[in-house]
Design a protein around this ligand. Structure first.
Ligand code: SAH
Ligand code: MG
Length: 220
């Protein structure tokens, strides 16, 4: 029997439809619908200029929104994750999911779940998964990016390294989106917020949009 490729949906979907698709397939993740809609909208606008990249794939939730955004412009989104989970995803921590634990390796492994979700949501051609430590990949990266979404590790060191290393790869006309920005400790962890302060202090960038904990910055 001839090998048949899965059909890829040719028409990009709007955020509501992407949300419905993800609900149908029970895509796990950490991105509220209002933030997802803004992420989609901004990525769609800026990916006219070139490829997009996100740090923090987890199970593909944000990547699926970004896939539909970049598809409008015949572009791709690189989705970077070591797939071993952040601190809070480890066994015994608050956001641990036993279904995402590889018993043989005794490690979290979100890659099989992400792959499944990209397939079920028909975006395998739009997303280029990269299994890597963000900070290592940033050192070797050479392609200018139109849109960067930072949603990786939440230690202070990691959050700051992600912002400062990836900004070097943002096009002059591009934008960077950063997730989990909470100004007050009672709202959530402060590391991404302090990372954003470092970024704004070291580069001529300004905040151009906010939605929930999602902040978008652009060059002055
Ligand atoms: N964007 C996702 C959520 C990401 S959760 C969504 O829409 O649901 C954060 C992810 O960052 C985790 O999957 C974790 O494995 C990844 N991560 C943490 N530190 C990292 C690092 N140093 N390099 C690459 N990925 C990292
Ligand atoms: Mg996040």
């Amino acid at each position: 029997m001839a090998f048949q490729n899965e059909p890829s949906l040719s028409q990009p979907l709007l955020p509501d439809a992407i949300e419905a698709l993800q609900t149908t397939h029970a895509v796990k993740g950490f991105l509220p619908a209002n933030e997802a809609a803004v992420l989609y909208e901004v990525a769609k606008e800026y990916s006219r200029l070139g490829p997009a990249l996100e740090v923090g794939s987890y199970c593909g939730k944000s990547a699926i929104y970004l896939a539909h955004a970049v598809r409008h412009n015949q572009q791709k989104v690189y989705s970077v994750d070591h797939h071993r989970g952040s601190e809070e995803h480890q066994k015994g921590e608050g956001y641990h999911d036993p279904q995402l634990y590889d018993e043989a390796a005794k490690r979290v492994d979100t890659l099989p779940e992400m792959r499944k979700n990209l397939r079920l949501c028909h975006v395998e051609d739009d997303v280029i998964p990269v299994v890597a430590r963000s900070e290592q990949l940033a050192q070797h990266w050479a392609t200018p990016l139109s849109f960067i979404f930072i949603d990786g590790g939440h230690s202070q060191e990691q959050a700051t390294a992600d912002c400062l290393r990836w900004i070097e790869h943002l096009m002059p006309e591009g934008v960077m989106a950063i997730h989990d920005i909470f100004e007050r400790p009672e709202e959530g962890g402060q590391a991404p917020f302090y990372a954003l302060q470092s970024l704004l202090g070291m580069h001529p960038l300004k905040i151009v949009r906010r939605e929930g904990s999602l902040v978008i910055v652009a060059w002055h």
